[in-house]
Design a protein around this ligand. Structure first.
Ligand SMILES: *Cc1c(COP(=O)(O)O)cnc(C)c1O
Length: 427
């Protein structure tokens, strides 16, 4: 049924560690062989054996317009004819920067980079350079890319693989990172009482997506804002996933809490490698060449990447699909939950904008400790039942599902029906 996938992965295993170029793509948490995709069409993926799937992974978030959206394809076709990289300033870098600054209420200046990891790495360096302090706070179950100092109690594939601390991250690097539980304002206040004057930055996913979808409570986010302001610490919202996903203005606009710096990625590249960090001009002016904090990139602001990003953001800005996206996402969540409940399966859902997770858990998931009590064995059976029914979901309980503007009601109904068939038989 998937013999071509099987064969390609067998070859990949000899060429590439684990057969994948990013660990979340291997099916470590669900077992079996990864499915090799050949083509994306709107909300559908086609694998190398000709099987079709409704795609709820969407490249782990970026493809909010679906695959091969005509506006993005056209922008890329045009851009490629003009040359793919110059290493000089280009007009489109201004255009993408302008779109980001206009959309995100706290962002006054922005730097383009090539990935979310680069964005968070650079934002942490900037916060340290700006404050002259070393220590940072991150939250258990939050993932900020594979930055050494942030690979402590990280979510995403690090969560799935139970690697609290990657080998290769030196104790010295990790020592300046304080890990606190998510959604725990008291722990934040206590840590600031103790270390306030030494804290360069707090980095947080305002909507966590890398332990499944977990929403930051307003008490938590407001405490972060209050304490960082009081102690001269830089508040960084990592909106690599939530930016242009939970709303056009990201989580900061949705919750009305303004960070000092914001990191971006995923949607802003429209499926090409892009990241960005931005925020208050007063802080951003500390970046080289105006300031002294070093950060650079041969391919930063790449013409193809900016073309895809601009095309994506312009469609989002002009069509404002967010209310519709949220409605579709809520319908999917409600349908899945009802189907689970009907068959006595303990479950919970969390949704924010067009991201959601069905947790196999009898208690609501609010942080990494509660996420860790999910029934991951049931999740693995669920994942394969759905895949075999033509529904491609993230291959871990601790990754969020994403919807696009081209997911239809019929697709949602088909998904819920497949889940219900699985729940009925999974005793
Ligand atoms: C995906 C993600 C990153 C890392 O981005 P990459 O482009 O994979 O390096 C960082 N932070 C968050 C919140 C993410 O979801």
């Amino acid at each position: 049924m998937r013999s071509n996938s099987q064969q390609i992965i067998e070859q990949a295993n000899r060429l590439i560690p684990g057969g994948v170029n990013s660990p979340a793509r291997a099916f470590g948490a669900v077992g079996g062989t990864a499915i090799v995709m050949a083509r994306g069409e709107g909300a559908m993926l086609l694998d190398v054996d000709g099987n079709r799937y409704i795609d709820y992974v969407l490249s782990w978030g970026p493809m909010i317009l679906g695959h091969s959206h005509p506006a993005v394809v056209e922008a890329l076709q045009k851009a490629v004819l003009d040359g793919t990289s110059f290493g000089t300033p280009t007009r489109n870098e201004n255009r993408l920067a302008e779109l980001l600054i206009d959309a995100l209420p706290s962002v006054e200046m922005v730097r383009l980079v090539n990935s979310g990891t680069e964005a968070t790495m650079s934002a942490i360096r900037l916060a340290r350079g700006y404050t002259g302090r070393n220590r940072i706070i991150k939250f258990a179950g939050n993932y900020h890319g594979h930055v050494d100092s942030l690979l402590v109690a990280a979510g995403s594939a690090a969560a799935t693989l139970s690697v609290p601390n990657s080998p290769g991250v030196t104790p010295g690097t990790a020592a300046d990172t304080i890990v606190l539980p998510y959604n725990d304002p008291l722990a934040v206040a206590e840590t600031f009482d103790q270390f306030g004057g030494e804290l360069a930055a707090v980095i947080v996913e305002p909507v966590a997506g890398n332990m499944g979808c977990v929403i930051g409570t307003s008490g938590f986010l407001q405490t972060l804002r209050r304490e960082t302001e009081k102690h001269g610490t830089v508040l960084i919202f990592d909106e690599v996933m939530s930016g242009f996903r939970v709303g056009y203005g990201g989580a900061q606009q949705r919750f009305g809490v303004m960070p000092d710096l914001t990191t971006l990625g995923k949607v802003i590249g429209g499926g090409l490698p892009v990241g960005a960090y931005g925020g208050k001009a007063e802080i951003m002016r500390h970046v080289l060449p105006v300031g002294k904090v070093f950060q650079a990139g041969t391919l930063s602001g790449n013409p193809l990447a900016t073309a895809a990003g601009i095309a994506t953001l312009e469609v989002l800005r002009e069509t404002q699909p967010y209310a519709q996206l949220e409605q579709t996402t809520n319908r999917l969540a409600a349908g899945l939950l009802e189907a689970a409940k009907k068959h006595g399966i303990p479950a919970n859902t969390a949704c924010c904008g067009s991201m959601m997770t069905l947790f196999f858990n009898s208690q609501p998931v609010v942080d990494w400790n509660t996420a860790a009590t999910c029934d991951t064995k049931r999740f693995a059976r669920y994942f394969w039942a759905m895949a075999n029914a033509g529904i491609y979901m993230p291959c871990s309980q601790f990754e969020a599902l994403f919807l696009s503007i081209v997911h239809t009601d019929a697709m949602i109904e088909k998904t819920i029906a497949a889940a219900e068939r699985f729940f009925a038989g999974d005793v």
